[in-house]
Design a protein around this ligand. Structure first.
Ligand code: CUA
Length: 339
């Protein structure tokens, strides 16, 4: 019964979480995504035109040869020098066109791909590290006192180039936020670069685009583009330690979170929880989703997730920590207060 309730709750929550924002390479919201969208349409137009031409030629050839099937006893076909010359010209022209088209498409694709990792202006540097199945986000912001670790959500200022330094802590993942940029792999032992600029404020859904195990499909996140002043004040808030409990229930929740197994894997800055295995929870309630885009950040979803992560995201590294009903209520209240 309990499991069924959690599953039902998760299903409703999952539907809600999937509405975080657009996720379409054909709806670009920045120059990098726009150049890729242009490339997609250009490829489609050229390949469509080639296909049409081939079909048309085939149709004409079949039409002209209709009723010309050879009968037993017919003399063997002799080549006609003029027709042969014409055919040779057509084949050579088609060959030349093929070489030109392939060269143009390859060059355009090369230029567009290279622009994905090119630095422009003064970029905001964010380190993104992939784990099965969540994202660690580290803001360096150019100075040690602006260093901050978060998870499963990236916030960026509108109009400023963002330079993502991508790496992985386990297997190969791939970061893809189609409305803003192309796809780039996160590879263990290697750093890849992806740059993008958001032109408009908004929330854009991102997704792991490389099969990385059982919960690959639930390795998503949100990229939120904010006006620059709003971004700075958000970052100021994120640099602060976790909010102190405002109620007795939240205080009890903090006690549970920092004394039980939670603290071994998660960090909550300003408390004795300093684990680094799982996402940093200092400001978990300020993020739009939990469990890497699986559930919206509501107190109910937090409680469901903590109560039974293996039902909501089977195979996830988060174990079920046995808690009493009171402890679960308290810890979910505390988590929901960590704005
Ligand atoms: Cu990470 Cu798929």
């Amino acid at each position: 019964m309990r499991k069924a309730c959690i599953s039902a709750l998760a299903a409703v929550a999952f539907t809600a979480a999937s509405c975080v924002g657009p996720q379409s390479a054909l709806d670009p919201q920045g120059p990098n995504a726009a150049s890729l969208a242009w490339l997609i349409w250009f490829f489609t137009a050229i390949c469509g035109a080639v296909w049409l031409l081939v079909m048309l030629t085939l149709g004409v050839a079949l039409w002209r040869r209709r009723g010309l099937a050879s009968q037993p006893g017919d003399p063997p076909l002799a080549p006609e020098p003029r027709a042969e010359r014409r055919k040779k010209t057509v084949v050579l022209a088609a060959l030349a066109a093929t070489i030109v088209i392939i060269t143009v498409l390859t060059s355009l694709s090369f230029v567009a791909t290279r622009s994905l990792s090119e630095g422009r202006g003064d970029p905001l540097v964010i380190r993104l590290r992939g784990y099965q199945w969540w994202w660690e986000v580290t803001y360096t912001a150019g100075s040690p006192d602006r260093f901050m670790i978060s998870a499963n959500e990236i916030r960026v200022p509108v109009g400023r180039p963002v330079r993502l330094e991508l790496s992985s802590g386990d297997v190969i993942h791939s970061f893809w936020v189609p409305s803003l940029a192309g796809k780039q792999d996160l590879i263990p032992g290697r750093e890849n670069i992806l740059t993008f600029t958001a032109e408009r404020p908004g929330s854009y859904r991102a997704q792991c685009a490389e099969f990385c195990g059982m919960q690959h499909a639930r390795m998503a996140m949100v990229v939120v583009a904010l006006p620059p002043e709003e971004f700075e004040s958000w970052l100021d808030g994120q640099l602060r330690e976790a909010a102190s409990p405002a109620t007795e229930e939240e205080a009890a929740g903090r006690e549970v979170a920092t004394s039980k197994a939670c603290a071994a894997c998660h960090a909550i800055r300003g408390t004795r929880a300093n684990g680094t295995v799982g996402p940093d929870l200092t400001h978990v309630a300020s993020r739009q989703t939990i469990a890497a885009g699986t559930l919206p950040t509501t107190r109910g979803a937090l409680a469901a997730w903590i109560a039974d992560p293996q039902t909501i995201k089977p195979g996830s590294k988060m174990p079920m920590v046995p808690l009493s009903a009171d402890e679960l209520r308290a810890v979910s209240a505390y988590m929901a207060s960590l704005k």
